[in-house]
Design a protein around this ligand. Structure first.
Ligand code: ADP
Ligand code: MG
Length: 238
């Protein structure tokens, strides 16, 4: 578990500013959801937190320590993407264990970690299958399993359910919430799905063109949207 503090974070691609001085603090174990229109900088923010993208200025701290110059691995953060890109030639077990193998973790420890995360995600009967033999929801669970095996302090999810059909999306929401309760980890989760945001978040961050428009609990945003933009996303019309 970990706190995450983001202070006046900015990002430009060339001369083109994309994130304009964003500040926000996430508490230990909090489930934070980032929402906002396409192109407002959600993925760029997550990638900066993960260390996959340099920051132009500002700081990212985890448990009070500035991590700007740390590699993704050193940050102990795991990211789950929309197109979860499993290795097609590997079994589920190999997919789950691969990053630990790269880190030269001893074989017995890898096996224990793989079994534990498979158990958490209900993947134990599927460990010998290839990704092509899995359903969409099962693949998404493997993608989450690959994140869990590393025992990250912070999970980042970038629209993880947007490729799934509506029924499965509802089911996976509940699974991700259950996972959060079980692990107690801090989660930062991007979605453009209003229901996902309202039902899953401890707090919601509404972004607009690289700025924070409002941060609050689902009820706060629903009852007291700061403006029509926030209302249009989540709240009742003013
Ligand atoms: P979101 O995830 O909210 O849809 P992104 O963070 O992906 O938004 O993108 C924010 C803006 O930054 C967009 O205008 C996008 O075109 C631009 N952008 C993202 N990545 C790059 C990049 N590597 N190079 C140039 N522009 C980028
Ligand atoms: Mg995005």
């Amino acid at each position: 578990m970990a706190t995450v503090e983001i202070a006046d974070l900015r990002k430009s691609f060339g001369a083109f500013p994309v994130v304009h001085g964003v500040s926000m603090d996430f508490k230990d174990g909090e489930f934070i959801i980032l929402v906002g229109p396409s192109g407002c900088g959600k993925s760029t923010l997550l990638r900066m937190i993960a260390g996959l993208e340099d920051v132009t200025s500002g700081t990212i701290s985890i448990d009070g320590r500035v991590v700007n110059t740390l590699s993704p691995k050193e940050r102990n953060i795991a990211m789950v993407f929309q197109n979860y890109a499993l290795y097609p030639q590997m079994t589920v077990a190999q997919n789950l264990g691969f990053s630990l193998e790269l880190s030269k973790v001893p074989k017995a420890e890898i096996a224990a970690k793989v079994n534990e995360s498979a158990e958490i995600l209900g993947l134990t009967p599927l460990l010998d299958r290839k990704p092509s033999q899995l359903s969409g929801g099962q693949r998404q669970r493997v993608a989450m399993g690959r994140a869990i095996v590393r025992d990250p302090q912070v999970f980042l999810f970038d629209e993880p359910l947007s490729n799934l059909d509506a029924n499965l999306r509802v089911k996976m929401r509940a699974e991700i919430k259950a996972l959060h309760q079980r692990l107690g980890s801090t989660i930062v989760y991007v979605t453009h799905d209003q229901i996902e945001a309202m039902t899953m978040a401890d707090r919601i961050v509404v972004l607009r063109s690289g700025n924070v428009e409002q941060i609050g609990t689902p009820m706060e945003l629903f009852d007291y949207p700061k403006n029509m933009f926030v209302a249009g996303f989540l709240g009742s019309p003013a």
